[in-house]
Design a protein around this ligand. Structure first.
Ligand SMILES: CC(C)(COP(=O)(O)OP(=O)(O)OC[C@H]1O[C@@H](n2cnc3c(N)ncnc32)[C@H](O)[C@@H]1OP(=O)(O)O)[C@@H](O)C(=O)NCCC(=O)NCCS
Length: 192
């Protein structure tokens, strides 16, 4: 599904770009979340809260407030203008210059490196113009695809927190934490 124009995009290599989510994108994003609901709800707490396009619109408005306050970005991952997923900064701590990155793809877009490339783009922004020092990624250790993304990018696995994420009122899952420091990132950039 095409992302409705206009949008403000950070171009990646080739056909991939990250587009800042705006309220007029809510219908398309909701339709894709809804179509992928079962597999997203298996790993993420927020899709269960997105019951309508209006819920999505409210969430995007709230995320835009956080962008104005801290520079946090929440983007659609687009390939040739089609939305294939989302990526955003969570738990932004300006004083500690740290944040977490969360992400999802539609099922048809898995296995092509889109998310690894998207995380690289966000890291370039976070460690570059934003001047942050530390980025974390949290994932259920059973979510092998998700864990492979930070592992592929050279994040360090800090450990596993038991039952740290409440997916529903009665189901809490373990969370592996991965971290990357700005100095690790710069070293990798120089080596590349
Ligand atoms: C987590 C999730 C985004 C990972 O998606 P993914 O497609 O495995 O990750 P990428 O887009 O980085 O693709 C990596 C795959 O593309 C391949 N690939 C192709 N070109 C590539 C490139 N240029 N760079 C990196 N990988 C590339 C990799 O070898 C890898 O293949 P594999 O699946 O055989 O191991 C996806 O599974 C998802 O949305 N899951 C549901 C929601 C979720 O779990 N979110 C995270 C919660 S913590």
């Amino acid at each position: 599904m095409k992302l409705p124009e206009p949008y403000f995009a950070l171009p990646g290599e080739g056909d991939l770009a990250l587009a800042l989510l705006q309220p007029h994108h809510a219908d398309v994003v909701f339709a894709l979340v809804d179509a992928n609901r079962e597999r997203l709800e298996r790993w993420l707490p927020w899709p269960a809260l997105m019951k309508s396009a209006d819920d999505e619109r409210k969430a995007i408005r709230q995320l835009n407030i956080e962008m104005a306050q801290h520079g946090a970005i929440c983007c659609a991952v687009i390939v040739e203008g089609d939305v294939v997923g989302g990526i955003g900064m969570n738990a932004v701590n300006v004083d500690a210059r740290s944040c977490d990155i969360g992400y999802w793809l539609i099922v048809e877009a898995e296995g092509r490196g889109y998310m690894t490339r998207s995380v690289q783009l966000v890291l370039g922004y976070v460690f570059g113009p934003l001047g942050f020092n530390r980025v974390t990624i949290h994932a259920d250790p059973a979510n092998v695809r998700s864990c492979r993304v930070p592992e592929r990018l050279g994040f360090r696995k800090v450990g596993v927190m038991q039952q740290a994420c409440a997916l529903t009122a009665s189901r809490a899952v373990d969370v592996a934490m991965y971290e990357l420091l700005a100095c690790d990132w710069r070293q990798k950039e120089v080596a590349a």
